[in-house]
Ligand binder design. Structure first.
Ligand SMILES: [Zn+2]
Ligand SMILES: [Zn+2]
Length: 345
């Protein structure tokens, strides 16, 4: 079977791998779609702290069960989404449903091979940690199912923010994760979700897909305008969905006193940029972090898609073959479209 292997940062090679053998308690999943994440691009070009080479990347996986050993749950032919984290199941974090924080966690595409290959073996421990989730809506395409993981990461940060329906939420950055955060907020009934995005086209698209107001971020009276959007109340929550420290700084600037910042993806380094974090102190801002998603978040994201409360189809920009992964990485690097998905027959 075919796999795209990262041999070292900067070197992706297409290889023939032996078909895995399915023993008792295990199952084989044929990958049908794997969404490319910015993390995959980062790993492919610069490496990552948990990464051991050679490695098959890809952690946003939709597939079909093609074999199962004695004692494994599930039915051959079932359509599934794969949660990428395999946790220990016995630590305090695991026992309280926060398995994404498990110290022993192993992540698909980092600690073991992920979705940019034709078939994945799911072992006993992985099945026990409930990483295989059956899809209960036959009309959902595999490429849609491959959005469950990034959607679950948005469910996590919004869980942490705990905004009420009347809250004003600002999302900085109108790319894939900005829009997925919009969809989650709207599914939760948040009435006022505002986008700040410098790119005209993304701003217009954001408006069309449901943002209540959009700004470029350059408006000299941005703070006043945001106040007017919220009847003078101000911004309750901000989620920066772009990597630079500028967005983090802007978030601290536009939040109202007692507002909450959702810190959802790591910052890229920029030594020339001075963040004014004293505003956390002066304005009594709460900063909440989130890291990936738990099995529970994945299940909630799956339900949001199955019920069609969330429709991710407008975000599908490029479908590529496994052999075209390098090209796909270029789409991500250049910000071409919203999402690029490896699709396999
Ligand atoms: Zn991802
Ligand atoms: Zn654990």
């Amino acid at each position: 079977m075919k796999a795209v292997v990262l041999e070292k940062p900067g070197k992706l090679v297409i290889k023939d791998k032996d078909m895995p053998v399915c023993s008792d308690g295990e199952m084989l999943v044929k990958v049908r779609a794997c969404n490319i994440c910015r993390t995959d691009l980062k790993c492919a070009t610069m490496g990552q702290r948990d990464l051991v080479y050679p490695r098959v990347l890809g952690h946003e996986i939709a597939g079909e069960i093609i074999a199962k050993g004695k004692g494994a749950n599930g039915r051959v032919g079932s359509r599934v989404s794969i949660h990428p984290g395999i946790s220990c199941g016995v630590c305090d974090y695991c026992k309280s449903g926060q398995d994404n924080l498990c110290d022993q966690i192993k992540i698909m595409g980092f600690n073991f091979d992920g979705g940019f290959q034709e078939v994945i073996k799911i072992d006993k421990q992985a099945i026990q940690s409930k990483i295989v989730n059956l899809i209960k809506n036959d009309t959902l395409a595999y490429e849609e199912i491959s959005f469950i993981e990034p959607l679950a990461c948005c469910v996590n940060i919004q869980d942490r923010l705990q905004l009420n329906k009347k809250a004003v939420l600002v999302i900085i950055g109108g790319g894939r994760l900005g829009l997925l955060n919009l969809f989650v907020a709207k599914a939760e009934g948040i009435q006022n979700v505002i986008l700040i995005e410098a790119n005209d086209e993304r701003r217009n698209r954001g408006k069309a897909l449901g943002f209540d107001a959009v700004f470029s971020g350059d408006e000299p009276d941005l703070l006043d305008q945001l106040k007017r959007c919220s009847d003078g109340h101000g911004v309750d929550g901000v989620i920066p969905c772009c990597p630079g420290p500028e967005a983090f700084d802007l978030a601290l600037e536009i939040l109202r006193k007692k507002g909450t910042l959702g810190y959802f993806s790591g910052l890229t380094r920029n030594d020339d940029f001075q963040l004014d974090i004293n505003r956390i102190h002066y304005k009594e801002i709460t900063v909440v972090g989130s890291y990936g998603c738990s099995v529970k978040h994945s299940q909630k994201a799956k339900t949001l898609l199955e019920s069609r409360k969330i429709d991710v189809r407008p975000l599908i920009s490029h479908r590529i073959k496994l052999e075209e992964l390098e090209q796909g990485m270029d789409y991500i690097r250049n910000g071409d479209g919203y999402s690029t998905i490896v699709v396999m027959k």
